[in-house]
Design a protein. Structure first.
Length: 325
């Protein structure tokens, strides 16, 4: 009989590529992972791994076994959800991952609503970059999380996970108000393009190209936010001259107001009112936020309860923008 815990290790190896990466993600030692995979090979009666330097490659038999493991693990999540639904009242820990803007603007109200409705539930919040959510969910470090995607940065396919739309939000080009005289770091970039202001929607490429010679502020490399800005500029016909790498949008706007660069920011990354020293130009691109969980866990009462609380906590201008994300 194949052991489910060892099947989970094999699945993680298929995603991560090295035994060391699996061990680090699941808090095992590499020797323990190797030992358990060796036991799984004996249970299967076939070779499952081929070593190529520091990496291991899954044999065709192992790849087929991973596909079966996805189905088995999903059914176990469904069984757990059914058992939880048969109990009286929600209780226990619910591990939640969310990115910073959602953590600030939406999650506090959602957690307050969740506490009123289900006082026995113990939500545990961790700020988590969307790029790290898939591994954290599959490893059991999180139960539910918020992830986002942008135009120019499509959703990656993540086996073993399911997502549901939550909301869409507008994107803005943030530039120093006042034009070229505002720049303080030696740039000769232009002021904001035509049609500035939160309600305007000029041609996106024209707005971005108007600032092609300006210094740019992006999130740190490796994040979806960084890729979004770079790819949007490339689609407009130029590569941004990135000078500052900052992840928090409040800091980004402070740098823009000081004349230190331009940036692309989402609606929830702005305070919702005019920002002194900053001109915001509405772009045609959007950021889409989704709720993610392990496949089969969507019917779990705790996940369903948190989802309902999230939807109730959405600001009015976002509450009607969930469809089609």
């Amino acid at each position: 009989m194949l052991d489910v815990r060892r099947l989970r290790l094999l699945r993680e190896l298929a995603r991560r590529g090295t035994i060391a990466a699996v061990a680090e993600a699941l808090a095992f030692s590499p020797s323990a992972v190797s030992q358990q995979l060796g036991v799984l090979e004996r249970e299967a009666g076939l070779p499952l791994l081929e070593r190529t330097g520091r990496r291991v490659r899954l044999t065709p038999a192992a790849q087929n076994l991973v596909r079966h493991a996805e189905v088995v693990l999903e059914r176990l999540e469904q069984a757990d959800a059914e058992l939880a639904g048969a109990r009286t009242g929600l209780a226990g820990a619910l591990r939640i991952g969310a990115f910073p803007t959602a953590t600030r603007a939406i999650v506090p109200a959602a957690l307050a609503d969740l506490a009123r409705r289900h006082p026995g539930l113990e939500p545990m919040l961790s700020e988590t970059d969307p790029a790290a959510v898939a591994h954290a969910l599959r490893a059991g470090e999180l139960d539910v999380a918020l992830v986002h995607s942008y135009d120019f940065v499509p959703d990656p396919e993540e086996p073993g996970l399911t997502t549901r739309p939550l909301y869409r939000e507008a994107m803005y080009l943030a530039a120093p108000a006042g034009g070229p005289d505002t720049w303080t770091d030696g740039a000769s970039g232009p002021g904001p393009g035509p049609g500035t202001g939160p309600g305007a929607a000029p041609g996106q490429d024209e707005v971005l190209r108007a600032h092609r010679d300006a210094p740019w502020i992006t999130a740190t490399p490796g994040t979806l936010c960084h890729a979004m800005t770079v790819r949007a500029c490339q689609a407009a016909g130029f590569g941004p001259r990135v000078r500052h790498w900052v992840d928090e949008f409040a800091t980004v706007l402070a740098l823009v107001a000081a004349g230190l660069g331009v940036a692309v920011v989402p609606q929830l990354g702005t305070p919702g009112t005019d920002v002194p020293g900053v001109s915001l130009t509405r772009l045609r691109m959007e950021r889409r936020t989704r709720i993610a969980f392990r496949s089969g866990a969507g019917a779990h009462p705790a996940v369903a309860a948190f989802t309902a609380s999230l939807r109730s906590a959405l600001p009015p201008d976002l509450a009607g923008r969930g469809a089609g994300t």
